[in-house]
Design a protein around this ligand. Structure first.
Ligand SMILES: Cc1cc2nc3c(=O)[nH]c(=O)nc-3n(C[C@H](O)[C@H](O)[C@H](O)COP(=O)(O)O)c2cc1C
Length: 393
């Protein structure tokens, strides 16, 4: 049950024919007990008068940056801060383009840029606009940043065309917003262990070997698992991203430290997502003094395999491993799945895609039943798909 009582919803309305449908969106939020503030673009007011939304929301409608409201708050900042959720519907091609490209030239675009609340956009436009490369690219940029999109449907459009671009129905928009405000708690009571980052192996006191992993995928799994109600522990090596403060963090440096700390946690955890990129090799000896340029031959020895060690003792608990490959990806991922006794291998093609440090990824899920190729998606969405697999095991 999702209680919207007292939640602050900011509804941004832009200039499309679907503005009339937003009356029902506002009504649904009000009926559920939420507080609704409406911001309309100048063009939106051509379609439905602000008075309609003022009456439905019982609040003044904001249409202008520079109208003085009688109180001493800076309106776009106060609305941006106040929002528990920001919904833009209908979202014109124009606002999607502005939001994607950081343009803040009116009240709505400025407030959108200033908010840290989850943002939902509900595009509506003519089919050719909807299918145009410019719009698609801008929408993808927003998705990659974690903006939620309620996709437009297909049907008869006001311009007389039939095709994609029809704004989702108010009930669907309302339900999507509810799911974002009250995310599913299907990991409640579960303990999730995530390994994250790149281990490093010292050569001497000034140098080390490591790899390009930034920890972005691990951080995404941590965030999504917490949202879904799990308790999360992260065994965290060198990283370049923020980790949600609600997770318990165990800091490590080397692969052997990661192995030791991870193995201590296997019994107390239910789900293992091995996002870290541990160094497979380490120097046989760490030089006591700085290695001189003349002594550049370094002998490496193999490190233990952290995921495989977990796979050996996990019993029937869920284990997800990652397979970053340049060649023969599918074959290698299948081999990894079996060798590590994993339930899921997530294959990344690092030759053809920007994987390290990117907000998005193109992955293939490999299980003993086969494989599924996914299109490009945000790492947050990849994280959710992994957790869905864990839940359905
Ligand atoms: C009758 C009419 C209907 C329109 N419908 C849409 C629409 O559904 N989607 C859209 O992106 N633009 C639509 N437009 C164009 C936008 O209003 C225009 O791009 C405007 O600059 C959008 O400004 P805004 O995003 O600040 O509201 C429509 C224009 C008119 C005159």
């Amino acid at each position: 049950m999702c209680n919207l009582q007292g939640k602050n919803i900011v509804v941004g309305i832009t200039g499309g024919i679907a503005v009339y449908k937003v009356c029902q969106v506002v009504r649904l939020f009000k009926k559920a007990g939420a507080n609704v503030d409406v911001i309309m673009t100048k063009h939106a007011t051509e379609f439905v008068a602000p008075l309609t939304f003022e009456t439905l929301s019982n609040r003044p409608v904001v249409t202008d940056m520079f109208t003085r409201s009688g109180h001493w708050e800076v309106e776009h900042i106060s609305l941006a801060k106040k929002a528990d959720l920001f919904v833009v519907c209908p979202a014109t091609a124009n606002i999607v383009g502005k939001f994607a490209n950081g343009i803040a030239d009116d009240m709505l675009s400025t407030t959108l840029m200033a908010t840290t609340a989850p943002v939902v956009v509900c595009p509506a436009m003519n089919t050719n606009m909807y299918n145009s490369p410019a719009f698609k690219q801008n929408l993808q940029t927003l998705k990659n940043r974690g903006v939620f999109v309620v996709n437009a449907g297909s049907g008869f459009l006001a311009c007389g065309d039939t095709g994609d671009g029809r704004m989702a129905e108010p009930e669907e928009i309302f339900e999507s917003c509810k799911q974002i405000l009250c995310p599913k708690q299907d990991l409640l009571g579960k303990n999730v262990l995530v390994t994250c980052g790149a281990t490093l192996e010292k050569l001497d006191d000034v140098r080390f070997v490591s790899n390009f992993s930034t920890g972005k995928m691990g951080s995404a799994v941590v965030s999504q698992a917490l949202k879904r109600g799990a308790k999360v522990t992260v065994v965290l090596a060198r990283h370049q991203v923020e980790i949600d403060g609600k997770a318990t963090v165990v800091n490590v440096e080397t692969t052997r430290q990661m192995l030791e700390e991870t193995l201590k946690l296997v019994d107390s955890h239910d789900i293992f997502v091995m996002c870290a990129a541990p160094c497979d090799y380490r120097p046989e000896v760490v030089a006591q003094s700085k290695i001189k340029a003349e002594d550049l031959t370094i002998k490496f020895v193999k490190n233990p395999d952290v995921a495989q060690a977990v796979g050996k003792i996990k019993g029937d608990k869920f284990l997800c491993v990652f397979s970053a490959e340049t060649d023969n990806g599918l074959a290698n991922a299948k081999q990894k799945l079996a060798k590590k006794n994993a339930d899921l291998a997530v294959l990344n093609d690092v030759k053809h895609n920007q994987v390290f440090g990117s907000d998005t990824n193109v992955v293939t899920f490999v299980t003993k039943d086969g494989h599924i190729d996914y299109p490009q998606m945000s790492k947050l969405d990849v994280a959710d798909l992994i957790l869905d697999k864990a839940v359905s095991k």
